[in-house]
Design a binder for this molecule. Sequence first.
Ligand code: SF4
Ligand code: SF4
Length: 162
Amino acid sequence: MATSSPLCQLNGGCMGCCGHDFPSVQSIRDAIRENTVEFRSARPQSEVDFHTFRDRRSPMDLRKGVCRNLITENGCTLCPLHPARHQGKDLRINHCDIDYLCKTAKTFAKWSPEKQEEFIKFIQNQNLDNITYSLKMDRGIILKEFCDKEEKEEQNNLCSVK
Ligand code: SF4
Ligand code: SF4
């Protein structure tokens, strides 16, 4: 879960880049639920505890395509290794690519603040659950829908001034 884009925090937390080859929305939910049970049982407190939890399996040993560190807390999907939970120390280093950004987030970063705001509204209007949102973000589906809409509006505007 990269964090340098505001898009990563929308809809209860995006998890689109916390795994790959996801089989289905339900299996992602099941995997996160199982991860959460393991996390609660481990109850990590110290940095060593968090590393022990993280290293219980290798980074490539995913659960139904999902990273085994991804959990839910108060209805949000999150990574318990994130620096925001460790006074700025990033416990994800050496486990996943902390600088990764999906194509959608990279494209979003190049837009004007107005266009970014429009895109966020476009996302909010879809009322997606967080897993569907994550998959649509990672696969660039929302980005394509938004660009198609923009293109259509542009064509309509051109037609109306002719
Ligand atoms: S898939 Fe994109 S929006 Fe989602 S967490 Fe990863 S970088 Fe952020
Ligand atoms: S360690 Fe955290 S940020 Fe990295 S892939 Fe796993 S859940 Fe996502």
